[in-house]
Design a protein around this ligand. Structure first.
Ligand code: IPM
Ligand code: MG
Length: 462
């Protein structure tokens, strides 16, 4: 199958995460015999810099011509970037809003799932998180406050800003239908979120959703006020299946839901119209503070691409090709335990959960050696530490344990640094280089970075 995908690398970390995601897509294409044909277009700040506007007519036409659009992220630092000195309608975000409108992408799907591999990253107490959760936020995307009339005026010398929140019943109905349709394929529950105790738009929302629900007797509908929903998301996230809500509430709740999964860096999204066409983008922003360092985690973009395969191309098997990223997830998990010095969980993983004997054995040995090396470093016994690290390095190379390889090089860098040997720079660079090569394994780069920071803290920036 030929898949025509228009890509919007965008701003900040956008180009990095789109680049990594294309690698994953190419692997999937190779494995299943498809052909990906990409065309990059400019949007947001990148477009402002070249064309003076955040989205051109040509870019819209290119997006429309594709089977699907894959986006990274747009926007910059709102206090320092010159893009934010422009009038609001010329700023990066206006490009995204205009594209959503031009393509009629009224249904925004944001799944928030607690992956087993990353359960440890969930900030909730274990007694809550152990139930797991798998919810989908269905956010209305082309109406409400985002697209209502707005203006800033001056009345009797007083500045006044007005934003309008409007919904007509058709807009509500079509998103509700999408919500119920998808709930039918899931756990058959819709939680419609509104502020019906205050807003007229919410009262209409509730009425129309109830009318739509009549056509879905097999799906349970409940209504929830948005403030309560914000609370329930951290109190009992397992209760949710499909959360159906309007634009602004969906924007806010989806950030909250993503944090509950451990990080907004993992939340994918699909924005759909009435056809198979869709725009797929991570829910997170452009993270200008870490842009250009190749340390951004592209998981949300990779997962968005998986949604693209599923919803726009009906390639379910390809979308489920989790083997393409489970290894990375596993690396994340072990690394997480190590970084947190969470010996109890690590041991539990080693003895009970590790997927096979080899892995259990490797990780166990590796953990012991690594801990010993760390202790030696701490005791300033650098010769012994170095010996341990060298045998560990052979071991890591033998089993292709890339993340371990990076850790080892970073520790070697520390040893060289403490011994006054300038080779530390080279070692650290090696570690970062490998992390870059496997770009989307953010944790690996974190190790290099963490150690650099540690050195910088102790000895001043080099
Ligand atoms: C999102 C973003 C956008 C939104 C911004 C960048 C306009 O926060 O996709 O959630 O508010 O919709
Ligand atoms: Mg948002």
């Amino acid at each position: 199958m030929e898949l025509h995908i228009t890509c919007i690398p965008g701003d900040g970390i956008g180009p990095e995460i789109v680049r990594e995601t294309k690698k994953v897509l190419d692997k999937v294409a190779h494995k299943y015999g498809h052909k990906m044909i990409y065309k990059d277009i400019l949007m947001g700040g990148a477009s402002i810099d070249v064309h003076g506007v955040p989205l051109t007519e040509e870019a819209i036409a290119d997006a429309k011509a594709a089977d699907a659009v894959l986006m990274g992220s747009i926007g910059g630092n709102t206090t320092t970037s010159p893009w934010y000195k422009l009038p609001p309608e010329k700023r990066p975000e206006a490009g995204l809003l205009a594209l959503r409108k031009a393509l009629n992408l009224f249904a925004n799907l944001r799944p928030a799932v607690l992956y087993d591999e990353l359960a440890a990253a969930c900030p909730l107490k274990e007694e809550i998180s152990k139930a797991g959760f798998d919810m989908l936020i269905m956010r209305e995307l082309t109406g409400g406050l985002y697209f209502g009339e707005r203006k800033t005026i001056e009345e009797n010398g007083v500045r006044k800003a007005i934003d309008t929140l409007t919904y007509d019943e058709n807009e509500i109905r079509r998103i509700a239908i999408k919500g119920f349709d998808i709930a039918r394929k899931r756990k058959k529950k819709v939680t419609s979120v509104d502020k019906a105790n205050v807003l007229d738009s919410s009262r209409l929302w509730r009425r129309v959703v109830e009318e739509v629900a009549k056509g879905y007797p097999d799906v349970t509908l409940e209504h929830m006020l948005v403030d309560n929903c914000a609370m329930q998301l951290v109190k009992d996230p397992a209760q949710f299946d499909v959360i159906l809500t309007e634009n602004m509430f969906g924007d806010i709740l989806s950030d909250e839901a993503s944090m509950v999964t451990g990080s907004i860096g993992m939340l994918a999204s699909a924005s759909l119209n009435d056809t198979k066409f869709g725009l797929y983008e991570p829910s997170h922003g452009s993270a200008p503070d870490i842009a250009g360092k190749d340390i951004a985690n592209p998981i949300a973009t990779v997962l968005s691409a998986a949604m693209m395969l599923r919803y726009s191309f009906d390639l379910d098997e390809e979308a489920d090709a989790r083997e393409l990223w489970t290894d990375i997830m596993r690396a994340h998990k072990v690394q997480f335990y190590l970084l947190k010095n969470d010996e109890a969980r690590l041991n539990n993983w080693l003895t009970k959960e590790a997927p096979n004997e080899k892995e259990r054995f490797c990780t166990h040995r590796y953990y012991q050696y690594l801990m010993k090396a760390k202790v030696y470093i701490w005791q300033e016994q650098y010769v012994q530490a170095g010996m341990h690290l060298r045998s560990l390095l052979d071991f890591a190379d033998q089993y292709g344990m890339i993340y371990l390889g990076i850790q080892i090089r970073a520790l070697e860098a520390i040893i060289h640094f403490r011994c006054g040997n300038p080779a530390w720079i080279e070692k650290l660079e090696q570690a970062i280089l490998i992390a870059k090569e496997y770009g989307f394994i953010r944790v690996l780069a974190d190790e290099g970075e963490a150690i650099y920071e540690l050195l910088a803290d102790q000895y001043g920036k080099q």
